[in-house]
Design a protein around this ligand. Sequence first.
Ligand code: HQG
Length: 186
Amino acid sequence: MNELEELSKEISYALRHAPLEYGLMLDTNGWVSLEKLLDALRRKEKWKNIREENLTEMIEKSEKKRHELKDGKIRAFYGHSTPIKVLKEEIEPPEILYHGTARRFLESINKNGLLPRHRQYVHLSQDPETAEIVGKRHDEKPFILIIDAKKAWNEGIKFYKGNEQVWLADIIPSRYIKEIYSHKML
Ligand code: HQG
């Protein structure tokens, strides 16, 4: 892992999971003061010389858009597990969204639907290629679920915008899983 990836991991950890460890409190939309985050990081030997430009570079160079920097504040787009739910903007989803998952989770997903598990929202992908990458974090041969997102939305399931690739949703009952592909069928 290079330095920028390490920085991105630590900032994701602070902004998604453990703001209190860094003396931070997320506002209702997940924002914290950039200066306060930098101060907290600088207390660690590894990041003692960190500056705003390093964060800008990290965000620019990352292949995934995980963080947003605006008006002296920074937030994570998705992934939160903090006890107070970060409010996301509700938005109408496209017809179809995708979810990459492990073979070993399928039985439980079929029974209980897609659950947020330890995060605040269910995470869905805009396209099957992204879903496969997400699924590969859990299983070398992941399954891709095709989600009838518009139908679910029409029937009252809420969807929220994460970033261009990542959509968020509340629990998705399994009746909205249209099809399941093994990675080989894509
Ligand atoms: C599974 C990464 C059993 C679900 C990614 C998933 C994404 C169930 C796992 C983002 C279940 C949770 C989020 C049920 C869901 N029974 N298992 N009923 N319902 N699951 O990591 O969606 O690189 O919390 O299928 O790229 O994999 O960190 O969620 O396999 O965008 O920026 O429970 O995190 O982004 O795993 O990934 P996760 P996820 P970053």
